[in-house]
Design a protein around this ligand. Structure first.
Ligand code: SF4
Length: 383
């Protein structure tokens, strides 16, 4: 495969609209040796591989530790028996096919089962497996559910990546959501500005749709997903700029990932650039203990330390970001760590009684997840 390296330098004006070329088989990645492709075959058979020429063009193939390579190219260690496919038990908050309702004011519509490429550390990799039926392109049921729940003011389109849907389909969804009076905020969870900035830049109709449905009183938010500064190419920045100019508010959320952004210098650089371009850091997530993700996980205490050191170096805007764990019981912020304890607070909660609840766990530098921690005051956490 010929990799288009110009993608990192040449925004559209040089050569007109471009389309990325998708690759779904490791055999198409000729930068890998035949031996590497053979060795990684069983991994991609278990956890699907997908990438495109633009994104693969960001990799320095001379560097085996290149962060984009770590993010997109399978690793044998993924086959280590570790974690669960649905680590946060999303199934328990699924109220209809493709509809999750966990926090009172927010409903998730899993409206697409494909992404621009597949992050190796994805916590929803189960959606890309053949026998999964948790997403739906038909959101009729989801819309009816939202319409009958006036407490829902916030709808997150997710999946998969909603920006891989056609502009016509997105327009229908925006239109339907805007016709429900109590829905104020529409959020789009998308890594397309990183994987394929052309998706926004090439599509003037989509830009027009953003202007129509992101209004001064009811904004559309793009929950962008950049993991490393190398993804913030001139083209990606232009993609974010296009969203902003067309009325979309942009923020960034990503997990902390071993080998990709587990370095305060790297995280600080990304946070600074994101702040400069108007896509300020929102959440850093502790990686969920998802099957296949063992090589990408960072323990909680180490992640918190990296995050704190990054904030010291990043912009003031970046300091608004929070380090959270999307646990089955809620979104739990890791507030602080000392020699003996970890201090946590429910930023969002599945059970109303937990909301804003502060609690303390004994420090364990090897723990990856709340379930491995010993809660010091067990009364403080919902049974
Ligand atoms: S973009 Fe999000 S949903 Fe898609 S593979 Fe990456 S982490 Fe998973």
């Amino acid at each position: 495969m010929n990799i288009d390296n110009s993608a990192t330098q040449n925004p559209l004006q040089d050569s007109g609209p471009k389309r990325v070329k998708y690759v779904r088989k490791l055999e198409q990645v000729t930068q890998l040796t035949a031996e590497q492709r053979d060795r990684l075959g069983p991994v991609s058979a278990r956890y699907v591989f997908r990438a495109n020429d633009y994104y693969l063009g960001l990799i320095n193939w001379e560097d085996p530790d290149d962060p984009i390579r770590q993010l997109i190219i399978p690793r044998e260690e993924e086959l280590t028996d570790w974690g669960a496919l649905d680590a946060s038990n999303e199934e328990s908050v699924t109220v209809a096919r493709g509809v999750q309702h966990k926090y009172t004011d927010t409903v998730l519509l899993l409206c697409n089962e494909v992404c621009g490429a597949y992050c190796r550390y994805c916590f929803r990799k189960r959606l890309f497996m053949d026998d999964n039926d948790e997403t739906t392109n038909d959101i009729t049921e989801g819309l009816a559910y939202i319409a009958s729940h006036p407490e829902v003011t916030n709808v997150l389109l997710t999946g998969g990546d909603p920006l891989l849907m056609s502009t016509r389909r997105l327009t229908e969804i925006f239109d339907a959501l805007r016709s429900i009076d109590h829905v104020q905020i529409i959020r789009i969870g998308s890594k397309m500005p990183a994987f394929d900035p052309y998706r926004v830049l090439n599509d003037q109709e989509l830009q027009s749709v953003f202007r129509t449905y992101s209004t001064p009183k009811q904004r559309i938010y793009l929950m962008a997903h950049f993991d490393h500064p190398n993804e913030l190419t001139p083209l990606a920045i232009e993609g974010i700029d296009s969203c902003i100019r067309n009325g979309v508010i942009c923020v960034n959320q990503c997990p902390i990932i071993r080998g990709i952004n587990d370095d305060p210098t790297v995280l600080a650089e990304m946070y600074s650039t994101l702040s400069y371009i108007g896509c300020s850091p929102y959440y850093l997530f502790q990686g969920r203990p998802t099957a296949g993700n063992q090589p990408y996980e960072v323990p909680i205490v180490e992640g918190w330390t990296i995050f704190q050191n990054a904030l010291k170096r990043g912009s003031g805007l970046a300091r608004r970001a929070r380090f959270c764990m999307s646990h089955e019981t809620g979104k739990i912020e890791i507030i602080g760590v000392d020699t003996e304890h970890i201090y946590l607070r429910y930023h969002q909660a599945k059970y109303a009684a937990d909301l804003s609840r502060f609690f303390i766990c004994r420090r364990d530098d090897n723990a990856y997840w709340l379930d491995q921690l010993e809660v010091v005051d067990r009364q403080q956490i919902h049974a």
